[in-house]
Design a protein around this ligand. Structure first.
Ligand SMILES: *Cc1c(COP(=O)(O)O)cnc(C)c1O
Length: 561
């Protein structure tokens, strides 16, 4: 790309969207999970809609890790080195940030996302691998979510403070700074300096989206550490004033200096208000970028029957005009691709016509990936009613020992059940595998412990491909589930007076009952009703839980005020 074109793309940018991780494309490993995929979908939908937005993130040169699993399911991690120069232009601007008594130079790469509508959205990836920086400082932007607390704090300084300085250095006029989670909230301190220390002016500039539904999950740093990095002085006082007195809480800092704050689902808003009494939260439920998350077989189908759907996903509301047999055929084509992939990799002879259940997401305790194995006798009984097969995928964060153990446990169940139920665990869950899985299974399972799932988005991707959701009513699914119509719920939404053990027992029972008495019989014996349910998923979920709707709401409710 020539510099002139790059400058032209940048000139239009007015809303700066900050995210620690961003899923721009499968080959660029600057994302870890749902948060980064959402950020990528924001860029893609903004492009389609022609919103004047610029993305800001870190270059993460060594990427999020690549997952390898041995025969027992023991995870090991490898770096995913990548070359920014293959996809991006190095910009001439550089800025400095003082950290631990040294000036750290920061440069930036420009990635241009080109949308279906030929609009371009610029994304700036910050990079400290600059000659003259000490080796330690050169590595600050290497690892996504790697390193210790000090390393993370420095990354957050680069993202928040460095991001604002870089946009200034480029001469961009930014009317709103949107923080996707609290990682970037140090940008508020920089904005205070630029606005005569007037918090009202800063609030007017800031939009904050929180994603964390539990108090312990919020990003926080000890003031000892903060002081070591930023030194004594005025900024420390500012942080204590707005970010908490005992420790620096990045969520609190963003909350105190943003006029518009939102949770990512209606339920998440309620929880956030309870967690932070006295603050006003809005809710804009997440969505996914429809075109990105529809497989080729359904794209072709929608193109024929619902032309224009990609840039107007509301049109999916008319999916009933597509004949059942065409929906089924498109689904079977997607399913064949996935099953063939599993058989190529694992050689376990999975069958194209067997009811296939998928579960893929970060492997961590609250997601309860082994929930479906809670009672193997009941699971075998389900399989007696009609054959099932299961496909899993997901990475455990390198320091999440419990998450790693969960993968081992799943491998144990695979072995234990191998004579009755075919189960496989696919390595290295990424955007490309995610699309294959959310379009290639029949049922998308999600069993998080309530209320830990702020929104969740993979079920929305599944619905876009006519895959039926079967989930605990948490996050977005509370809004998306019409029981027996758009999918199935597991357990109830509220259980007044019940202990966690009782709730778990109810959910377990309901999971097996629904599989045995609803899902399996409908799939095998009442195929027409099953296909109707697939269509309902598109008509009543995909038409709404998409990123076009989400970004239009951010535009009218958060950006234009
Ligand atoms: C969509 C997606 C996620 C988020 O999935 P959830 O079920 O919402 O947690 C995580 N990782 C990848 C690669 C995805 O595509």
């Amino acid at each position: 790309m020539t510099m002139n074109k790059a400058v032209k793309v940048l000139n239009d940018a007015k809303i700066a969207y900050f995210s620690m991780e961003i899923g721009l494309k499968n080959e660029i490993p600057t994302y870890s999970g749902g948060l980064g995929i959402l950020a990528g979908d924001v860029i893609r939908a903004s492009g389609d809609l022609g919103l004047p937005l610029v993305g800001v993130s870190l270059v993460s040169r060594k990427g999020h890790f690549k997952q390898e699993l041995d025969a027992s399911g023991m995870q090991s991690e490898d770096m995913q080195l990548w070359s920014p120069e293959e996809y991006m232009t190095l910009l001439p601007e550089q800025i400095n940030i003082r950290m631990s008594g040294r000036d750290v130079r920061v440069r930036a790469w420009l990635y241009e996302h080109k949308s279906l509508t030929e609009e371009k959205i610029p994304v700036i990836l910050l990079d400290t691998d600059v000659e003259g920086n000490s080796p330690e400082d050169r590595s600050i932007t290497d690892h996504l979510y790697g390193g210790d607390r000090r390393y993370r704090f420095k990354q957050e300084m680069i993202l928040g403070i460095g991001g604002v300085r870089m946009l200034e250095e480029m001469g961009l006029h930014i009317r709103k700074y949107h923080m996707n989670e609290g990682h970037s909230s140090l940008l508020t301190v920089e904005l205070l300096h630029m606005n005569g220390m007037d918090p009202e002016k800063v609030k007017d500039l800031c939009v904050f989206t929180t994603h964390t539904p539990v108090a312990s999950g919020h990003d926080a740093f000890s003031y000892n550490l903060v002081q070591e990095v930023i030194g004594e002085g005025h900024d420390l006082e500012i942080l204590r004033t707005y970010g908490g007195n005992s420790e620096l809480n990045m969520t609190l800092l963003a909350l105190n200096l943003s006029d518009y704050v939102n949770g990512v689902a209606k339920r998440h808003r309620e929880i956030s208000e309870k967690m932070f009494p006295g603050y006003k939260f809005n809710s804009i439920t997440n969505g996914v970028h429809s075109y990105t998350w529809v497989c080729s077989h359904f794209r072709e189908l929608y193109d024929r029957h619902l032309p224009g759907w990609a840039n107007e996903p509301e049109l999916l509301v008319r999916v009933k005009s597509v004949p059942n047999h065409e929906i089924w055929q498109a689904h079977m084509n997607a399913k064949k691709e996935l099953i063939d992939l599993v058989n190529r990799k694992k050689g376990i002879g999975m069958d194209h016509h067997t009811l296939t259940i998928g579960f893929a997401r970060r492997m961590t305790e609250y997601k309860r990936p082994t929930f479906i194995f809670s009672d193997l006798e009941r699971l075998r009984k389900v399989n007696d009613r009609g054959d099932i097969q299961l496909i899993f995928a997901g990475k455990a964060h390198p320091s999440d020992t419990r998450g790693k153990a969960i993968i081992n446990e799943i491998f144990g169940y695979i072995d234990e059940l191998k004579d009755t139920i075919r189960i496989s665990f696919l390595e290295n869950y990424d955007m490309s595998l995610a699309l294959k899985m959310v379009s290639g299974v029949d049922v998308w399972l999600n069993t998080p412990k309530r209320p830990f799932e702020a929104s969740g988005t993979s079920g929305m991707k599944a619905a876009h491909n006519g895959v039926v959701n079967f989930s605990v009513p948490d996050g977005w699914w509370i809004e998306g589930c019409v029981p027996g119509v758009t999918g199935y719920s597991i357990g109830s939404r509220i259980d007044p007076g019940k202990s966690p053990e009782e709730i778990e027992a109810i959910e377990r029972d309901d999971l097996y009952n629904k599989l045995e008495y609803n899902i399996v019989p409908k799939y095998y014996e009442r195929r027409d009703e099953w296909v109707t349910m697939m269509k309902n998923s598109v008509e009543m979920i995909a038409y709404y839980f998409n990123c076009h709707r989400m970004m239009r709401r951010y535009a009218t409710e958060a950006y234009l005020c």
